[in-house]
Ligand binder design. Structure first.
Ligand code: PPS
Length: 321
């Protein structure tokens, strides 16, 4: 597999109680990688994120916030970059003002010794684009109270599993992924960070059916017809979109351009979160890569289990390019 390349940072954690939850205080113990996930409200979360969850629960949304919500590896960064272009009228210099995790605060994010996503969001001027991977049940209440617009992006389970496996390898805030077979078993059992993909996509889907402030999108659609999907986003935002802005946005958010762009490819992010010296964050950016990883037996077992876990849902995915 791979080795833990990072020299450990000399920071420390002091656990203290805050509103009944454990809050991680930064002091002077090492920042340790590959810690086990920690269950919060029934959901396994990245250890450091879980320790800071009290702050996330207190998160103060603003009415003009736009929240990008996804299960991990489902097109968050692609949609975020599209939104940045729309918010800045296609000004690529403005979109290049900082790395994506600073431009679009990830409210769940917390590692000792670093500014948390919630803290970054608090000092970000409105209108904010924010990111979360939280299941709908544990989204901070404030987003509902302020009636914020939310765009949820879903991606087919097989490609998410493959992308997530590779992400575990380069993101050492996660536990060791084990072999591909072991990781796939954990994925199917919901024993990966943010829990069950099946529950995540279906619970957000149910919520979106009842709430017109939630736009539910698919990664595969963004790959197949980027123009149509960007128009859909602009309409949802009530944003004028002329052909010039549309074409600029399509071009700026191509996989090739984003992979080469240090402001969107996760180079420069704290290496315990994403270590692109081990492997790229922008890996392949296609639909159907799962065929290069699933054996026939794994695929049969997965399909059988999928039918069981997704039975009763009206949600359908495209798994072929
Ligand atoms: S994260 O860490 O959960 O926020 O990751 P996320 O951005 O949701 O998903 C990462 C996957 O999206 C692919 N990606 C893209 N695909 C097509 N076009 C563009 N522009 C693009 N940008 C990112 C990225 O490569 C990851 O998928 P895989 O399958 O691993 O390549």
């Amino acid at each position: 597999m791979h080795s833990l390349l990072l020299p450990l940072e000399q920071k420390s954690e002091v656990l203290s109680h805050n509103s009944g939850s454990l809050l991680l205080r930064m002091a002077s113990q090492p920042l340790v990688d590959r810690l086990e996930l920690k269950i919060i409200h029934g959901v396994p979360l990245i250890h450091y994120f879980a320790n800071n969850f009290a702050e996330v629960e207190r998160f103060q949304a603003r009415p003009d916030d736009l929240l990008v919500s996804t299960y991990s590896k489902s097109g968050t960064t692609l949609l975020s970059e599209i939104l940045e272009m729309l918010y800045h009228d296609g000004d690529t210099e403005k979109c290049g003002r900082d790395v994506i995790v600073k431009r679009v605060p990830f409210i769940d994010l917390a590692i000792p010794g670093e500014e948390t996503g919630a803290q970054l969001a608090a000092r970000t001027p409105s209108p904010r684009i924010l990111k979360t991977h939280l299941p709908v049940q544990i989204l901070p209440k404030s987003f509902w109270e302020k009636n914020c617009k939310i765009i949820y992006v879903a991606r087919n389970a097989k490609d998410v599993a493959v992308s997530f496996f590779h992400f575990y390898l380069i993101s050492k805030v996660h536990p060791e992924p084990g072999t591909w077979q072991e990781f796939l078993d954990k994925f199917m059992a919901g024993k990966v960070s943010y829990g069950s993909w099946y529950n995540h996509v279906t619970d957000w889907w149910e919520k979106a059916q009842k709430n017109p402030r939630i736009l539910y999108m698919f990664y595969e659609d963004m790959l197949k017809d980027r123009r149509r999907e960007i128009r859909k986003v602009a309409t949802f935002l009530g944003k004028d979109l002329d052909d010039e802005l549309l074409e600029k946005t399509v071009s700026h958010t191509s996989f090739k351009k984003m992979k080469a762009n240090p402001m969107s490819n996760y180079d420069g992010v704290h290496p315990i979160i994403v270590d692109t010296s081990i492997g790229p964050f922008m890996r392949k950016g296609v639909t159907g890569d799962w065929k290069n990883y699933f054996t026939v037996a794994q695929n049969e077992r997965f399909d059988e289990d999928y039918a069981r876990q997704m039975s009763g849902s009206t949600l359908h995915f495209c798994t072929e390019a």
